[in-house]
Write a new protein. Structure first.
Length: 148
């Protein structure tokens, strides 16, 4: 039963909700960045590098072999898939990562700047009692001293 109470306290405190919201927002932001990179950045990079489409770039280590059948329809050789290193997709994902990492860096930097300003803000001035309150406190103290 202690674990259920602990979970309720965790969920009520907001950590669970905050984590869920952050996860959903992160997934949505990732889609936006991927769309930005695929639709805007990579075409520009391709244009600057000589009309190259990086999404299809790969190094073929072993070419694919198609299936071959003889005249009777008997299978002579079965198909073999291509073996390749797809560096274009990796480059696109790397650019995605750099953009997301930079955005998170800027966000954390802004949050830290705000936090430092709040910590450095002068503490609220001590509220001094009004003259009436001071007079009443003096009367109270004097009555307390006479009673003792």
């Amino acid at each position: 039963m202690g674990m259920i109470k602990e979970f309720k306290a965790f969920a009520i405190r907001g950590n669970l909700v905050d984590t869920a919201v952050a996860f959903v927002m992160g997934a949505a932001f990732g889609k936006i960045v991927s769309s930005f990179v695929d639709g805007m950045v990579m075409p520009l990079v391709g244009m600057l590098s000589g009309e190259v489409d990086f999404s299809d770039k790969k190094i073929i280590l072993k070419a694919a072999i198609p299936e071959f059948k003889d005249a009777t329809g008997k299978l002579v050789t079965s198909a073999v898939s291509e073996v390749s290193v797809k560096y274009g997709a990796f480059l696109t994902n790397l650019i995605d990562f750099v953009i997301v990492a930079f955005a998170v860096f800027v966000l954390i930097k802004a949050i830290n700047k705000i936090r430092i300003k709040l910590e450095e803000a002068p503490a609220e001035k001590e509220i001094l009692p009004s003259s009436t309150d001071q007079l009443l406190m003096e009367i109270r103290d004097s009555l307390k001293n006479k009673a003792e």
